[in-house]
Design a protein around this ligand. Structure first.
Ligand code: SF4
Length: 545
């Protein structure tokens, strides 16, 4: 008897490469399928340390797997072709920084900042109605649909919507006002409409149908009523990143950009042809589109940088035993992670740990409903601030380079919005953390004076490695997985920059535009249960007690 024949299943060397497939193929079996199946089962046995029984070795292959079930759960919501966010994908990029980077209350640009902007917009429109109509007003009512209804409670959408109705703006609202609505939900507020005053409370914000034939998954209506008669009604869409549209929306007219571009390739060509950087092309475009001076553009960017630094500082200063609002009872950990990371004996570990802590700090601020900056969204609001804080406060990079980085990052965000989506309700978490990480990679590369190709490669790499990431916030709260996910997005941004700046740039095989196309396609194909509905993934598998 040979040595091999003497071996039992349990004492076989797991690294023995000999095929564990019987030499005889049972009669009637397809040889290729049989060998494949046996090889797979054998590999699994090696990895698990489990052998197969004699019966298993000769068992017929399983019946062909049933075709996958149709995308289950909530039906996919196809976006209406007349939404501006869909149409503008074909034209040149005209977004400006003040539209893109928005300060507002967390935890979600689409579920808090967008709805608050919407109800504030409606409030403004309502005040312009003729006095005789306003005199009849008795009630204001908000109805939330689709994802806004499915996960709005966890996001505090009703509080944000009410705040807008009573005339609060996202950028200036005191987070304590929103906290007050959470702590005392029965409060009633008079809303002045001309000579008339209409009382509103959280009861006037209705969580309506989660499924239906909506133009956008984040749809809401706002009405001003006189008894049962409608004085004014508007259907709105919170289309991601705090951007809003409404039925019949036409985008504001803008000036032609100095360097028109539709794609990263066109943007980079402008930079290379003019022997300048992506950031400088973006600056010239900001000035031409919005008619602003260089100083005005940078003043706005500085405001955003300062807000990002402030949110990280505020998050790090929170006590370690602070518990975030909501049923998860998640303890704040930014300060703990930071302190322990700084005690690490290895410098590289200190770097990764502290960068993670900065991202967690800003993201926890978002979870608290405090003011954050959409870059591109509230859920991803820890990623860019982590890099901005790390570059400015730790690496002491020159502020001008960080300003330039913010403009290059904005270009990345614009292109993702233009050709794909920034909305988790449309594209899952790849559209939030994935885009944020890609922006942060472009920021970092620019801040370190990388050439335009390296900036593109870093952004591409960070986005590529988030493709397919789903959105499944536990209990509908932007905390798990969101807070740690911001840390991973920040670290991946750094990794993307590290790879892009160390590889030979021209050999990078995937261009940014191709990856944005993949983002759009993946968003389209993604099962709608994984698009901010809390119907699947962690939201289902985690049981809160
Ligand atoms: S899982 Fe991602 S996309 Fe979804 S809410 Fe959290 S951060 Fe946003």
């Amino acid at each position: 008897m040979s040595k091999r024949e003497d071996e039992t299943e349990n004492n076989r060397d797991p690294f023995d490469p000999s095929p564990q497939v019987p030499s005889e193929i049972p009669t009637g079996f397809d040889r290729r399928k049989f060998i494949m199946r046996s090889a797979v089962v054998g590999a699994a046995a090696v990895m698990n340390g489990c052998g197969r029984s004699e019966t298993e070795k000769v068992a017929p292959p399983p019946a062909a797997a049933a075709p996958p079930a149709p995308a289950g759960g909530a039906p996919a919501v196809p976006l209406a072709a007349d939404l501006n966010v869909v149409k503008k994908g074909e034209g040149i990029v005209l977004t400006t920084v003040d539209e893109f980077y928005k300060v507002g209350p967390g935890p979600s640009s689409s579920h808090t900042i967008g709805p608050m902007r919407i109800t504030y917009d409606f409030y403004q429109k309502a005040t312009k109605l003729p006095a005789d109509q306003l005199a009849k007003a008795t009630k204001l009512q908000v109805n939330l649909f689709g994802s806004l209804s499915a996960t709005g409670k966890g996001h505090g959408t009703e509080r944000a919507a009410l705040a807008g109705l009573v005339g609060k703006e996202p950028a200036t609202v005191d987070p304590k006002f929103l906290d007050g609505l959470r702590d005392k939900p029965d409060q009633v507020f008079p809303v002045k409409l001309g000579e008339k005053s209409v009382d509103v409370s959280l009861k006037d914000v209705i969580y309506d149908a989660t499924k239906g034939d909506f133009k956008h998954p984040n749809t809401m209506t706002v009405k001003l009523l006189a008894g049962n008669d409608v004085l004014l009604e508007q259907e709105y869409y919170s289309v991601g990143g705090g951007f809003i549209e409404w039925k019949g929306y036409t985008p504001p007219k803008k000036n032609t950009p100095k360097y028109p571009f539709r794609t990263m390739k066109e943007l980079r060509d402008h930079a290379d042809t003019n022997k300048t950087t992506i950031a400088k092309i973006m600056l010239a475009n900001e000035m031409s589109i919005a008619g602003r001076s260089e100083a005005e553009v940078y003043a706005f960017v500085d405001k955003i940088i300062n807000a990002m630094v402030a949110t990280v500082k505020s998050g790090l200063s929170m006590p370690e035993d602070d518990v975030l609002p909501g049923p998860i009872k998640l303890h704040s950990k930014a300060a703990t992670v930071y302190k322990r990371a700084m005690d690490d004996k290895y410098q590289a570990d200190r770097g990764i740990g502290s960068l993670s802590a900065f991202a967690i700090a800003a993201s926890e601020e978002n979870g608290r409903g405090h003011l954050v900056i959409t870059a591109p969204t509230g859920g991803s609001a820890g990623v860019m601030p982590a890099l901005v804080y790390g570059l400015l406060e730790v690496r002491k990079v020159d502020r001008q380079k960080v300003r330039d980085g913010m403009l290059a990052a904005a270009a990345v965000g614009y292109l993702c919005k233009h050709h794909a989506t920034l909305s988790a309700a449309e594209g899952g978490c790849q559209a939030e953390i994935g885009v944020a990480s890609s922006m942060a990679a472009a920021l970092t590369a620019t801040a370190f004076d990388a050439e335009s190709r390296v900036v593109e490669n870093a952004a591409e790499s960070a986005l590529e490695h988030h493709l397919g990431m789903t959105c499944d916030p536990v209990a509908g709260y932007v905390q798990v997985p969101c807070i740690e996910r911001c840390a991973f997005g920040a670290v991946k941004a750094w990794t993307a920059y590290a790879i892009a700046s160390n590889e030979i740039a021209s050999r990078h095989r995937i261009d940014f535009d191709a990856t944005v196309t993949a983002l759009a396609q993946t968003a389209k194909d993604m099962n709608s249960k994984y698009k901010e509905t809390s119907e699947a993934g962690l939201a289902q598998s985690v049981v809160l007690c």
